[in-house]
Design a protein. Structure first.
Length: 103
C-alpha cells in the first residue's frame, strides 16, 4: 500500500462562512464518507485549516496505486458534486506519533 493525499478547496469560497442548505448536505455526506474510509482502514487522517478565507482540507490515506487513489478522491461526495475542487498527490508519512497510522 502507498500513501496518498488529496487536497480540497471550496469551489465557492463564501461557502465556509455561508453555506447553502445543499452545500451543508453535501459536506455532511463528505464527512460521512471520510468516516467510512476510516472504518474500512483506508483513511490515515483528514482535516482542514480553520481560516474562513483561504481554507483547505487534506485527506491522507492508503491505496494500492494511483488509479485506486483517484477512485477514493473522486468518490468523495463533495468532490463529485463540485462543492470542493480536489488535487491528488503521492505522499509518504515519514514521522508520525505512535498509533497514528496504525503501525
Amino acid at each position: 500500500m502507498s500513501h496518498w493525499l488529496y487536497r480540497i478547496v471550496p469551489t465557492r469560497p463564501e461557502m465556509v462562512a455561508d453555506a447553502t442548505p445543499d452545500e451543508q448536505r453535501v459536506v455532511g455526506a463528505h464527512f460521512d464518507y471520510l468516516v467510512q474510509l476510516k472504518e474500512r482502514g483506508i483513511l490515515i487522517l483528514a482535516g482542514r485549516t480553520q481560516e474562513t478565507v483561504g481554507t483547505f482540507g487534506l485527506t491522507i490515506f492508503e491505496a494500492d496505486d494511483e488509479a485506486a487513489a483517484r477512485a477514493v478522491m473522486d468518490g468523495d461526495p463533495a468532490v463529485a458534486a463540485g462543492v470542493f475542487a480536489a488535487s491528488l498527490h503521492p505522499y509518504a508519512v515519514a514521522v508520525a506519533r505512535e498509533g497514528l497510522t496504525g503501525r
